[in-house]
Design a protein around this ligand. Sequence first.
Ligand code: DX5
Ligand code: ZN
Length: 216
Amino acid sequence: MAIVAPSLLAANFLKLEEECKMLNESEADWFHLDVMDGRFVPNISYGPMIIEFIRKTTTKVCDVHLMILEPGLYAEQFKNAGADNLSVHIEACPHLHRNLQQIRSLGMKAGVAINPHTPVSDLSDILHDTDVVCMMSVNPGFGGQHFIPHTIEKIRQLRKMIDERGLSTLIEIDGGVTEQNAAEIILAGAHVLVAGSTVFKSKDPKATIAALKAAR
Ligand code: DX5
Ligand code: ZN
């Protein structure tokens, strides 16, 4: 079964409590929380204060995706806000190993997010220190974009690298995931499906989450 991580970016923030309740009643495994700084990506979303409120509504895993420069300056704040997983972008981190060490030492799972243009081979010397690879299948910054087809090949490459080394790193696919392409993504070797618009724009979000969960 896939791990399903709805992205709250597409939720109705005037009804945030109801949206969280819906996710809690669904088969969703993780809450995917997108933080954007208007610098690393050309958009601004929300930060630790909102995550602290969301944390109080759920016992599910809070998976925080930082699309920000200098994430190390904020890791502790996100831990205090209730993050379980913290992902930082490889493209934003000249001292990635240090960032991952810091995240783990704060008691969180360490994630590395990679943009569509970043080759899987760039993870070669950091993979054994990585709990989750958040592979972007759209350019980060916005929900509701189309899945970039080449991602499928990157998933295969990364899964091969993980399996050959006997690691338990999870592959998370973020952007443009739909009920239509979920099976292909899982078949290529992904473990986690992030889905924003597919879930929150659905007429029946819980059924959509169940369909993603069952994708194979
Ligand atoms: C994009 C974010 C995604 C986004 C996905 O920068 O990282 O998590 O919410 O949205 P959808 O599923 O609509 O592509
Ligand atoms: Zn994300």
